[in-house]
Design a binder for this molecule. Structure first.
Ligand SMILES: NC(=O)c1ccc[n+]([C@@H]2O[C@H](COP(=O)([O-])OP(=O)(O)OC[C@H]3O[C@@H](n4cnc5c(N)ncnc54)[C@H](OP(=O)(O)O)[C@@H]3O)[C@@H](O)[C@H]2O)c1
Length: 277
């Protein structure tokens, strides 16, 4: 499963599918040239995992950038998500068809439920099981599921989720969820690992960055990677895209990991699913 193993550039999901550890995220990457350029720079820099969503409205740009990169479709891992408005069994199947068309592919590497909507998440999961069964999705997973949501899903699902994609940084470490997922073979994916820049000036991060010779962004990414998390980072700037992927090939000392492990304070920048039934 790769938990707590930061030495690899890919991790293997429960479904047997290999996922590149670091992915370029495209939340709020505007459709068109800016998204296309970011994906092109990322592919040129060595990223092989793109995390998009129908909500982000840039799936077509992912397609164009991959087509123009000269890489084969099977060299790039594409994750996308079914949004709240499209949930339910039939609606999800239709949403997947639209995403496949936008992405210009006959399969998605990882198809995710974007949000644990109480009324429709089970029917949505049934649709994802269908998509996994017929190969339109190589792996299926969830986002923003708490331990409670996962327990409920595991109590009836035929196919367990391969991943849970949640907000995760040294300031929001999700330890109970990580332990639960490790016990159940669910790979945790960390989103907003840079806290959307909100904590990049944190004094302790700066100390660790200075001591380790890395940028603060690299420290945050390396911390997540070294904890065995699939890590999704967004940038539209070439220099940041290149800086961020270098985090795959550095190492934080145990004392620096300990210092970051001590920063947990429940700080969130994105949606909080804690009270979702
Ligand atoms: N499933 C979900 O519900 C969900 C929710 C949120 C996010 N996500 C996924 O996770 C991805 C990442 O999360 P996020 O976009 O919320 O936040 P994030 O990756 O923590 O932060 C992104 C911000 O960091 C900046 N940045 C990137 N590299 C940098 C560097 N080396 N130095 C300084 N600044 C840097 C970027 O600006 P520049 O463009 O200026 O570099 C961007 O504004 C998303 O794009 C999305 O794919 C999923």
């Amino acid at each position: 499963m790769g938990a707590e193993d930061g030495s690899k550039t890919t991790l293997t999901l429960g479904a047997g599918v290999e996922v590149p550890t670091l992915g370029l995220g495209l939340y709020k990457a505007p459709p068109g040239e800016r998204s296309r350029r970011a994906v092109a720079w990322a592919l040129a820099a060595g990223y092989r995992h793109i995390d998009t969503a129908s909500l982000y409205d840039n799936e077509a740009d992912v397609r164009v950038a991959i087509e123009q990169s000269g890489l084969r479709r099977d060299e790039v891992f594409i994750a996308t998500k079914v949004w709240k408005d499209d949930m339910g069994y039939d609606r999800t199947l239709r949403a997947c068809e639209r995403s496949l068309e936008e992405l210009g592919t006959d399969h998605i590497d990882l198809y995710l439920v974007h949000w644990p909507v109480p009324e429709s998440r089970d029917d949505t999961w049934r649709a994802l099981q269908t998509l996994a069964g017929d190969g339109r999705a190589r792996a299926i997973g969830v986002c923003n599921y708490t331990v409670g949501h996962l327990e409920q899903l595991l109590s009836w699902a035929d196919v367990p989720p391969a991943v849970d994609q949640v907000e995760l940084s040294p300031f929001l470490q999700q330890r109970t969820l990580r332990d639960y997922c490790a016990r159940h073979g669910i790979q945790v994916e960390a989103y907003s690992p840079l806290t959307r820049k909100r904590r990049l000036k944190d004094e302790q991060l700066r100390v660790v960055a200075a001591r380790s010779g890395l940028s603060v962004a690299q420290v945050l990414l390396r911390w997540a990677i070294q904890h065995g998390l699939v890590t999704l980072v967004k940038s539209l700037k070439r220099e940041h895209i290149e800086e961020d992927i270098a985090a795959l090939h550095v190492e934080l000392a145990a004392a620096d990991m300990d210092a970051l492990d001590a920063l947990d304070e429940g700080f969130r920048v994105a949606w909080d699913p804690t009270d979702v039934e």
